[in-house]
Design a protein. Structure first.
Lengths: 758, 140
């Protein structure tokens, strides 16, 4: 594999060690909050950001966000250490460390943010950093394509989410999640349905629910540490986190229950069949992640203590074993040079530590006691039985869990304890930085299972309370819950799972045949993208013709039509126009301007037209002077002067006026010119006719000296009262100049290149 | 342009116009003028120079590329606005320091962020316009 490193390369690089250390410190920092939060006291930090829009950089640590924060920083530190060794000597390792670290911070922001707008920003940041990570092997077109696919899908969902957030904020009068959730359910609000659809679109794309699932297996083009971190433990859980976070305000309605149950269950079952069908172990794990996301979504449909406890327990155990398994696959790939299920076998003799870690993770995944996975499965069945659609959910959960059992065997049992395979390379045990993660995670899965009370008290139950929005009774997470229906369902799961594992080769063939006939959504995506681009091309050709005359025609026509429409739609009353009292000089200037304008139209010489246009401008400047606006008049005169100079330079390059060509356009242009002129005149007449509101003028006249120490009001407004506007304007001047400069220099360069070729 | 009269007159005109542009910039706070007008006049002075001597020499007289001048101006304007930010006021609030007194009436003169901002405007307009005209001129 190209992504692999030189085993002898130094791996303790500053970038790798620094990111690992900071992430580990963050983990310890959040660990300190465990007792406070477990005691039911959430922590909140607020930094005002845009207070006038009620947008704050506020953070909220409760059970749910703390559990996520610990997973993100804890697994993050292990993955960063792992990546340092895994990619040691890679020429772009530093870049990778930066991406991974940025992703970690974005994800942390996402789960801690209390303000929905801040949450959205972090949400999109995780999308972007994930794009960079998936496309890390950027020389590979497939990797680029998959990165783009993930970016487009999740970013589109993010935009839907933003719309939903804004509607929530407007409905509830606050953008703070803690206040929105405290205000209770949004059900019954006029926009509830729309909000729900938008939020679900965001969550489902991020968490890869069917039918948006196809980007996640493709995202496995990323290096293995990325898959372990983003695409199993953290980022894809962003959508699930959102559903859990919004649970108090959005859950409970029929739409919520049906949408989450159906999409979640279909995703879970579909993904577990697909997992069985894959032969590349990384792909298998990708689909089991999809299964986990579906299961989590399905349980979040419920609102009972058991359903939510199931979701939170499963979330914890899945993050532990899935990250461990992904890291383990990376070790195996590193050591043997293959990830094919058919080839790998008998590795436990040469890789005993990896084998043990894999076994621990797989036992948790299969749900065997005394691992936490077993408890998760028990609680899940208890939760499923309590759900409203239990008749649908229990069988779906059973199928998914049984398949998980079989897949656990394929992923961890067969490569290590199965018959010896024919390997491309002589296997060897992985180096310790790459083993630390899988071993720790495996041990944690076992410890949480043996001592369920600790995990439940500090992690799961506070999270459940946060999701429910009320204190739950707790005490549901137990290793031994007695002989009951969930236990029976567990036993059935084991039996079915074992059978499926025995028959998995035949089953895989049959699944492959079904898959060959089923519609391929991933290929459909390519078709969609292609059509979409073709459409944009056509649209661009129609709108962006590249002919300046047409652009100007369109601009003026739109202006005239919209203003005319306003005139017709609103009754503006009668207009009183009087020409009496105009001095001779004013008449003279008006005639001068009119004469200039007529000459511009009639002349056939560019230079004459230019000079005539200058006459119009100077006439306008004269009007400014007559009405005592010297600043404006000076500016107008100078600008007229510069325009004449600039156009004169341009005209030297242009062909003679093509009077014949102009003829064909002249009628339409003439009509448009007359309409625009009349409309503008009408607008000005109406404006002048309305009584002048002196409030602003009075304010500036009074304040300009006392507050800004200036006597020239125009200048004081420009540089003091409205400095930000002026700053924007000079930025525009700068950008326009740079744009023109680049264009002209570009032409010069192109011409030089052309002459060179001759 | 090959006109001895124009070339000879340009020498004096350029200097006068440029000094006049600075004059307009500095008086702007109380009398007609300011950074925008000053920048335009300054640009005109260098355009006159380039018409008399050609764009290559005009560029040399400017010492710096007009794009750089505009960028520096934009930076100065932004920094002058950020002073207030660090003083605890909202962005772009005018800051005044009186020298030799404690108010406008008693102070000999003042150092203020408003004038610095106007200098930024002057430089952006000067640089922006010159960037355009020189590029056009060299094109022909």
């Amino acid at each position: 594999m190209a992504e692999h490193s030189d085993p002898n390369a130094p791996w303790k690089t500053p970038a790798g060690m620094a990111t690992t250390a900071i992430t580990a410190l963050l983990f310890l920092f959040f660990l300190r909050y465990l007792p406070t939060v477990a005691a039911g006291e959430p922590v909140r930090w607020v930094i005002p950001w845009i207070p006038s829009l009620d947008v704050n950089l506020s953070f909220w640590i409760d059970g749910l966000s703390l559990m996520f924060a610990l997973l993100i920083t804890g697994i993050g530190a292990m993955v960063m250490l792992y990546a340092a060794r895994y990619l040691a000597g890679h020429p772009q390792y530093n870049r990778f460390a930066l991406y991974l670290f940025s992703f970690m911070l974005s994800m942390l922001g996402l789960v801690l943010a209390d303000n929905v707008i801040a949450l959205f920003v972090f949400w999109e940041l995780t999308t972007f950093t994930s794009y960079l990570l998936i496309g890390f092997s950027h020389t590979d077109p497939k990797s680029r394509r998959n990165a783009l696919q993930a970016l487009l899908l999740t970013a589109a969902g993010g935009l839907a989410l933003l719309a939903g957030f804004i509607m929530i904020g407007v409905t509830q009068g606050t953008f703070e999640l803690s206040e929105i959730n405290a205000a209770g359910s949004l059900e019954g609000q006029p926009f509830y349905m729309l909000i729900l659809i938008l939020v679900l679109l965001g969550a489902f794309t991020k968490s890869a629910q069917v039918p948006f699932h196809f980007w996640l297996p493709n995202a496995m083009a990323a290096p293995t540490p990325v898959s372990a971190y983003l695409h199993s433990a953290t980022m894809v859980k962003g959508g699930v986190y959102l559903l859990a976070r919004m649970h108090p305000s959005l859950s409970g309605s029929d739409a919520w229950i049906w949408a989450l149950s159906v999409f979640g269950a279909v995703t879970a079952v579909f993904a577990s069949f697909m997992a069985l069908r894959q032969t590349d172990l990384k792909q298998t794990l990708a689909y089991t992640t999809l299964m986990a996301l579906g299961t989590l979504t399905m349980f979040l449909a419920g609102s009972t203590g058991y359903a939510i406890t199931a979701a939170m327990t499963f979330l914890l155990v899945h993050s532990l074993y899935k990250a461990g398994l992904f890291l383990m696959i990376g070790v195996v790939d590193h050591a043997t040079g293959t990830r094919e299920a058919g080839v790998l076998g008998g590795l436990s003799k040469t890789m005993p530590i990896t084998g043990a870690a894999a076994a621990a993770a797989a036992l948790a995944m299969a749900g065997i006691p005394p691992f936490l996975g077993f408890i998760a499965k028990e609680v899940a069945y208890a939760g499923a039985l309590e759900m409203r659609l239990w008749l649908f959910i229990v069988p779906m959960a059973l199928i998914a869990f049984a398949l998980m059992f079989a897949v656990a065997g394929i992923v961890a049992y067969k490569p290590f304890y199965g018959p010896q395979g024919d390997l491309p390379r002589e296997p060897h045990e992985g180096p310790w930085p790459m083993l630390l993660g899988p071993v720790t995670l495996g041990v944690l899965g076992l410890l949480f299972g043996l001592l369920p009370g600790i995990g439940a008290y500090y992690l799961i139950e506070p999270a459940v309370d946060a999701v429910l929005g009320r204190p739950d009774t707790g005490g549901r997470v137990k290793l031994w819950a007695g002989f009951n229906l969930p236990l029976l369902l567990s036993l059935i799961t084991f039996a079915v799972g074992f059978l499926l594992y025995q028959k998995h080769l035949q089953l895989r063939e049959r699944l492959a045949r079904i898959e060959a006939r089923a519609p391929d959504l991933d290929a459909g995506w390519d078709v969609f993208l292609e059509r979409f681009m073709a459409f944009s091309k056509v649209q661009t050709r129609v709108i962006q013709t590249g002919v300046l005359r047409q652009y100007m025609f369109a601009t003026f026509a739109v202006f005239a039509v919209t203003v005319l429409f306003t005139f017709l739609a609103r009754d503006l009353g009668a207009l009183s126009v009087s020409f009496t009292g105009l001095s001779l000089m004013e008449w003279g200037v008006a005639l001068l301007i009119a004469a200039g304008a007529v000459l511009v139209v009639l002349t056939s010489s560019r230079i004459v037209a230019l000079v005539a246009l200058g006459v119009v401008g100077i006439g306008v400047a004269l009007i400014f002077i007559m009405y005592s606006a010297p600043d404006v008049a000076i500016t107008q005169l100078l600008v007229e002067l510069l325009v004449v100079v600039l156009l004169a330079f341009a005209f030297l390059k242009m062909p003679m006026l093509d009077t014949k060509g102009a003829q064909t356009h002249s009628f339409a242009n003439g009509v448009l010119a007359v309409v625009v002129g009349s409309v503008t005149t009408l607008v000005i007449l109406f404006v002048v006719d309305t009584p002048f509101d002196r409030r602003l003028t009075d304010f500036f006249e009074a304040a300009s000296w006392t507050e800004a120490f200036g006597r020239n009001i125009v200048n004081v407004i420009l540089v003091d009262f409205r400095t930000l506007d002026t700053f924007g304007e000079i930025a525009v001047v700068m950008i326009a100049a740079l744009g023109a400069f680049a264009l002209l220099k570009g032409f010069a360069k192109a011409r030089a290149a052309k002459e060179d070729r001759k | 342009m090959n006109s001895i009269i124009f070339t000879a007159a340009a020498r004096i005109l350029v200097a006068l116009l440029f000094v006049f542009s600075l004059f307009m910039l500095l008086r702007g706070h109380h009398l007609p003028g300011g950074g925008f007008i000053g920048g335009l006049i300054g640009a005109v002075s260098f355009i006159v120079y380039s018409l008399a001597r050609g764009p290559a020499e005009a560029r040399q007289a400017l010492r710096m590329s007009p794009e750089a001048i505009a960028a520096i101006g934009l930076g100065i304007a932004l920094l002058s606005g950020m002073v207030s930010f660090f003083m605890g006021d909202p962005l772009f609030t005018g800051q005044w320091y009186w020298v030799g007194g404690d108010s406008y009436e008693t102070a000999a003169f003042s150092i203020n962020s408003v004038l610095i901002f106007d200098v930024g405007v002057y430089l952006v307009v000067l640089g922006g316009i010159l960037s355009l005209t020189y590029a056009f001129e060299e094109e022909t």
